[in-house]
Design a protein around this ligand. Structure first.
Ligand code: ZN
Length: 255
């Protein structure tokens, strides 16, 4: 459905506004672009820009997955150092800190005149930077440039996986340069959902809060079948089947 709406917008852009949309800001899902290429006459000229927020949010999700993976207790080997340095390193605070660092660098790079290769190299080096190895850091981005600090005794396998996750935005260097987000669409969707009740209930609507408080009170006093009870009390007749079904759904026998 989402793809259909966007495709329709692209199809009517020339007729309604006399323009062609050349860019599409997306969230990592490539199905919309595929539909545009197939259905829009100028689909092959459309360039997809990844939303920076989604790009960075996905990295944080990957880091939490890495944390779960390495938090599992290691097999103890007698006579060896059995401390889980990786678990000690990748705490929640560290993940948040890494997220902030990557966002800050990506923001700086979006405004910089560096070429794509230099931008990729800077982002790829962030994994080493976050683990205390600043030997390849550039002075303008890191005050500890050239230094090598405590490397936290992390295993090579862990360092490789961490650097791989942190460096993944390099796959979208052009999107970093664009530095676009889908915030406007997200805000609009949030408002629409609020009024249609699609994803959340709008408690601020007129009397909505009061009705819910009354409902909570009746529920507390009469149990989950309070609707049927109130109907019987008010109209002195058996409640309609729909109301009974609703109460039954809540796991209680209707009165
Ligand atoms: Zn550094």
């Amino acid at each position: 459905m989402e793809a259909d709406i966007i495709v329709q917008g692209f199809l009517e852009s020339e007729k309604l506004h006399g323009i062609r949309y050349k860019k599409l800001i997306g969230d990592g899902d490539s199905s919309v672009l595929k539909q545009l290429v197939e259905r829009c006459p100028y689909g092959r000229q459309i360039f997809k820009v990844e939303c920076v927020n989604h790009l960075l949010k996905n990295r944080t999700i990957d880091l939490y997955e890495l944390q779960t993976k390495w938090s599992k207790s290691k097999e103890k080997v007698p006579g060896e150092d059995n401390r889980n340095y990786e678990k000690e390193f990748l705490k929640d605070n560290r993940i948040k800190q890494i997220g902030k660092t990557v966002r800050s660098v990506v923001e700086d790079l979006s405004e910089s005149n560096e070429d794509a290769n230099s931008k990729s190299a800077i982002i790829r080096n962030l994994g080493a930077h976050c683990t205390g190895d600043h030997t390849k850091c550039r002075m303008e981005y890191c005050p500890k440039s050239g230094q090598r600090q405590n490397t936290y005794n992390l295993s090579t396998a862990f360092l490789f996986e961490l650097s791989d996750i942190i460096g993944r935005p390099t796959e979208h260097t052009s999107s970093i340069t664009e530095y676009q987000t889908t915030n406007l669409c997200e805000s609009l969707m949030s408002l629409i959902s609020k009024y249609t009740g699609a994803k959340q209930v709008f408690y601020g609507r007129r009397s909505s809060y009061t009705y819910r408080v009354h409902g909570a009170g009746l529920n507390f006093n009469n149990g989950l079948h309070w609707r049927s009870k109130m109907h019987r009390f008010r109209y002195e007749e058996s409640p309609p089947s729909l109301l009974k079904q609703m109460d039954n759904k809540r796991g209680k026998i209707c009165c």
